[in-house]
Design a protein around this ligand. Structure first.
Ligand SMILES: C[S@@+](CC[C@H](N)C(=O)[O-])C[C@H]1O[C@@H](n2cnc3c(N)ncnc32)[C@H](O)[C@@H]1O
Length: 299
């Protein structure tokens, strides 16, 4: 009997043989740890899906819709050199506040975390290194999305930390909350810029969020202001990665590093990976999306 990842790939193959061919090629290289992590998350995710009268086939359909959007965005991007959305208020109206789109988008992304090698690399980078940055008595995630990261943080820091997740989308919070059901996590439906609590945090995770903003530096400065002096930030953001909800284009990793520097952060450690298994020169030439992830400390 196939495991859940193989099952998902088979469902994707039923509708899109080309997309599944690449996923099968990826799958052959997955480590035993990768498959184990995927099964643990996706089994729990399936339980959540059945609680809302859906199943993993529905998630595979969502993945196909999301990758259909990605294909169109990429075509536009290669033609214009820009992301199609420029204004946060447009994305908020069209996507975050529109469950019809945001639901399939976030379910699709949840599967992407384990189907796409670069996404698994950033998850593993987080989970392998989080405990190095203890003590973490207060943990905040901005833009929790599908909930994979806060769930991992709770697994590792349970009983030693208080957890808060802020997200602007109810669709995201629905998944996120259910993936950490029964745990001591506070979920807040809010734009991070409207969060004015005086509490500071020991650890802040902000994965794949700054590219969703018109002014990522403004968020980095806000994060700096709510981080304890010895605190740590885990940040990830992509280069050349057109999506329906991306606004701010990073053309290379140096542009990300310059912004982090401007916000008075220093990089403790970082990692990057392209979304296609190509020689670097070719990946750069074809503007292949790149995932960048880092742990940050205050300067
Ligand atoms: C691509 S998902 C990232 C999910 C997850 N953090 C990860 O690393 O894969 C981006 C999330 O950020 C949320 N978001 C975008 N802008 C936000 C804002 N201004 N305040 C709070 N959440 C925001 C979106 O609703 C979405 O859930």
């Amino acid at each position: 009997m196939p495991g859940i990842l193989e099952y998902i790939i088979n469902r994707i193959a039923d509708a899109n043989a080309v997309s599944a061919k690449k996923l099968r090629k990826n799958y052959k290289k997955f480590s035993a740890q990768h498959i184990k992590d995927a099964e643990e998350f996706l089994d729990l995710y399936s339980v959540y899906l059945s609680s809302i009268s859906k199943d993993i086939d529905y998630a595979a359909e969502c993945y196909l819709k999301m990758t259909g959007d990605m294909f169109l965005e990429r075509m536009r991007f290669l033609e214009t050199g820009e992301y199609s959305n420029k204004l946060y208020k447009d994305v908020d109206e069209k996507i975050y506040s529109n469950p019809e789109i945001m639901d399939y988008h976030m379910h699709g992304l949840a599967l992407g975390q384990f189907l796409w090698p670069d996404q698994y690399i950033r998850y593993r980078f987080f989970s392998d290194n989080l405990l190095k940055y203890e003590p973490v008595k207060s943990y905040l995630e901005i833009g929790g999305g599908h909930g994979l990261y806060v769930r991992e943080a709770v697994k590792q820091l349970r009983d030693r930390s208080e957890f808060t997740v802020i997200d602007i989308s109810q669709s995201s919070l629905n998944i996120c909350e259910n993936m950490s059901k029964g745990e001591n996590v506070k979920f807040i439906l809010k734009d991070i810029f409207d969060y004015h609590d005086s509490d500071k945090f020991d650890f802040i995770t902000v994965g794949e969020v700054i590219e969703h903003l018109e002014d990522p530096l403004k968020l980095l400065k806000k994060i700096h202001s709510i981080l304890n002096d010895n605190g740590t930030v885990y940040l990830t953001t992509p280069v050349n990665a057109p999506m329906i909800d991306h606004i701010y284009l990073f053309n290379n990793v140096n542009e990300i590093k310059e912004l982090l520097h401007k916000a008075e952060f220093k990089i403790a450690e970082d990692v990057h990976a392209y979304s296609e298994d190509l020689p670097e020169a070719l990946a750069i030439e074809h503007k292949i999306p790149l995932m960048y992830a880092c742990f940050l400390k205050k300067v």
